[in-house]
Design a protein around this ligand. Structure first.
Ligand code: ADP
Length: 314
């Protein structure tokens, strides 16, 4: 109750799947702006709180304090037992808005390196704490007033501390979803987020979604065509996955780095090497967040742009 009185709710900023987000400010200091994420009441959970809301709260608490994870300032419940998350206010939109505004927003390799560095550190922090985000995509990467990119929307996150437990394969927005989830894997790890990071990386370079499938089947087809067909040779065990299907046709060989150079060469050969390692079909062969941080690309010219100097939405 005391926490609730500290904030004044203002206009609606946006609507998500399970929450409305409002601008708010501190009662004591009107200049201290916040975003209040008010979880919608869901009839089926009227005796308790919606599981996605509970997850989001739990994981935001555990990950608190990292510069590239959206900050949780406070929590309160309103009269109707609605959970309200008080989040840091991120006024500069999200990475998707910048990627799409080709007319007005220009950026280059140094900017991509800065954004990718912030994304990689966010994912590294999640995985270091045994948390999978499971919905990494440009519109969940929000931008702070100082240019810092922050990973948001932990409604689908979960812990992977217990590797014995089965998990749902129905997570991650289709275009960013890795092949193991498209084939119905129930045991998976940090590699699912790394694939999404690779898809964001590719999208930052070409400024449109790399593999925009309209259905799950088309998504797999696009992966086969642009990355390579998963086979027992390049991915031992793939044919044992619950929803694997034999494409019957001649498998398309996995593309090498040279083929990626033609399309993604703007980030140089080291950048392409990193991208290629995030997009390995076999999750066991995919680079980890920790290994990503040690990659040579970060130390190769051009240096990442300082966050204050990054392009902003106009
Ligand atoms: P979704 O990912 O489905 O869009 P969210 O509930 O995370 O759902 O957010 C809904 C919208 O509210 C976002 O698209 C964004 O425009 C806005 N928003 C969310 N969090 C913040 C924030 N911390 N600061 C500013 N705007 C936000």
């Amino acid at each position: 109750e005391a926490e609730k009185r500290k904030y004044i709710k203002g206009k609606k900023l946006g609507e998500g799947t399970y929450a409305n987000v409002y601008l708010g400010h501190s009662r004591d200091d009107p200049n201290f702006k916040v975003a209040i994420k008010k979880i919608k009441v869901q009839a089926q959970y009227k005796d308790g709180m919606a599981p996605d809301a509970v997850r989001e709260l739990k994981y935001l608490r555990e990950l608190r304090g990292h510069p590239n994870i959206i900050g949780l300032i406070s929590v309160f419940s309103s009269k109707d037992q609605n959970l309200n998350l008080v989040l840091e206010y991120l006024p500069l939109g999200d990475l998707e808005m910048l990627i799409r505004d080709v007319e007005r927003v220009r950026y280059g390799a140094a900017d991509i390196k800065a954004w990718m560095g912030m994304l990689t550190r966010a994912v590294w922090w999640c995985h270091e704490n045994f948390i999978l985000h499971r919905d990494i995509k440009p519109n969940n990467l929000l931008i702070a007033a100082d240019g810092e990119v922050k990973l948001a929307d932990f409604g689908l996150a979960r812990s992977f501390a217990d590797p014995g437990r089965r998990m749902t394969a129905n997570v991650i927005t289709r275009w960013y979803r890795p092949p193991e989830l498209l084939f119905g894997a129930r045991h998976y790890g940090g590699a699912v987020d790394i694939w999404s990071v690779g898809m964001v990386f590719a999208e930052l370079i070409i400024r449109s979604p790399f593999l925009p499938g309209n259905t799950e089947m088309e998504q797999i087809t696009l992966i086969c065509k642009h990355i390579g067909t998963p086979t027992e040779e390049n991915w031992p065990g793939v044919s044992k996955l619950p929803e694997w299907w034999d494409p019957m046709e001649e498998p398309i060989p996995v593309w090498g780095k040279d083929a990626y150079m033609a399309r993604f060469g703007a980030v140089g050969s080291e950048g392409v090497d990193l991208l290629w390692r995030t997009l390995q079909l076999d999750p066991k062969k995919r680079i980890t967040a920790r290994e990503m941080l040690e990659h040579r690309w970060w130390r190769t010219d051009p240096k990442p742009t300082r966050k204050e100097d990054l392009p902003k939405k106009s």
